[in-house]
Design a protein around this ligand. Structure first.
Ligand code: MRU
Length: 357
């Protein structure tokens, strides 16, 4: 943990969504931001499961790392029991993977810890799981910083950059993907004016993106989601950069609902649309966006705001929380392995999966 914080400090952002301290895992409760900074102690793997499902922690890489620590807590429990440890770990892994369906990083991180535990004797499970979870966290931070370096170069020397949802330090191990690219551009001395879509209905853009950018001294202007077209038309936006929850092998991207709208508007207005994501967000098993499951959440998230109904009683709401942006709308995908450009199928298979197409 100390080494991770040092890496982040050197990169210029010390914000983290979780902590591992004195053999305990804590989540920064993002539902309470920007009002309060509350740290939730996760005593069991079930606590990490609820933290992910109920959105105390969110963002694809962050929920993956949280689930990896869920495996650590699970390993600590089963280690005490001794017998049949691995089959119990398999069942914990299965449950953790079901916490949220769209972000593939969740499955990736859980499987990685599970893989590291294969053949480990019961008494060594906890220590081995912890080593792997900390490695996943550290690698994610390093990947984000690299993406910041590659992606920062793509941003305009001066001008407006629009982002959607929160793909920042709070959504990752630290530094962020899309916000990492913005941080990277700023550290190159670029004069970037950040615009943040507020991102209905959870307001990740307003509550979280604005909170973390201001905390790092980066100024940001908030706009309602539906203002982005006008901002583009008025020449206020020179690039858009977003994160991803899952990228299919043809380059289609699942990300927060409304991302597709931004991409279409960018196309219409001749503005580059970038996606930033680590290789753990790519799904070899999904050949296109059609194969990516889209999470649908409770209609109350749309109908109510802070316990107050915002629609007449009796009306129904439909609440898909991610959408698919077809690869043809994406100018480039920024990864820690380099910047991918169309044709994506070829670039992804060679640079990400390491296979020839
Ligand atoms: O529902 P959320 O808040 O988990 O959705 C988060 C996003 O859509 C992010 O853009 C995505 O996970 C990338 S985070 C680096």
């Amino acid at each position: 943990m100390k080494e991770i914080l040092e890496i982040l400090k050197e990169a210029g952002s010390e914000i983290v969504p979780f902590r591992w301290e004195d053999d305990a895992f804590y989540l920064l409760d993002q539902r309470k931001l920007p009002w309060k900074e509350t740290w939730l102690l996760c005593k069991t793997w079930e606590d990490t499961f609820s933290g992910i499902k109920d959105m105390a922690v969110r963002g694809a890489p962050a929920i993956g790392i949280t689930a990896a620590f869920g495996m650590v807590l699970g390993a600590r429990e089963v280690e005490k029991k001794g017998e049949d440890a691995f089959s119990e770990l398999l069942s914990i892994a299965k449950s953790l993977k079901e916490a949220r369906p769209t972000a593939v990083n969740l499955k990736w991180a859980v499987d990685r810890v599970l893989g590291a535990l294969k053949g480990v004797f019961a008494e060594g499970l906890y220590e081995r799981a912890l080593k792997e979870a900390l490695s996943i966290w550290k690698e994610d931070c390093r990947a984000n910083i690299l993406m910041g370096r590659y992606g920062g170069k793509l941003l305009p020397q001066e001008g407006g950059v629009l982002t959607h949802c929160n793909a920042g330090a709070l959504a990752t191990g630290g530094y962020g993907t899309a916000l990492g690219v913005i941080r990277g551009g700023i550290s190159l001395g670029k004069k970037i004016k950040v615009f943040s879509d507020e991102t209905r209905p959870w307001l990740q853009g307003s509550r979280l993106t604005c909170w973390e950018l201001l905390r790092d001294g980066i100024s940001v202007t908030l706009n309602v989601d539906s203002a982005s077209g006008l901002l583009m038309k008025r020449g206020l936006i020179q690039a858009a950069v977003v994160g991803a929850d899952r990228i299919a092998s043809n380059g289609d991207v699942a990300n927060k609902i409304g991302t597709y709208n931004v991409a279409v508007l960018c196309k219409e207005n001749g503005i580059p649309f970038y996606v930033a994501a680590p290789s753990s967000t790519f799904d070899k098993d999904a050949s296109s966006g059609d194969e990516i499951p889209i999470e649908e959440r409770d209609e109350r998230e749309v109908l109510y705001f802070s316990e107050k109904n915002m629609a007449p009683q009796g009306v129904k709401a439909y609440n898909p929380v991610f959408d698919i942006t077809p690869s043809r709308l994406i100018t480039a995908i920024i990864t820690e392995k380099g910047v991918l450009e169309p044709p994506y199928e070829k670039a992804i298979s060679s640079k990400i999966f390491g296979t020839s197409h």
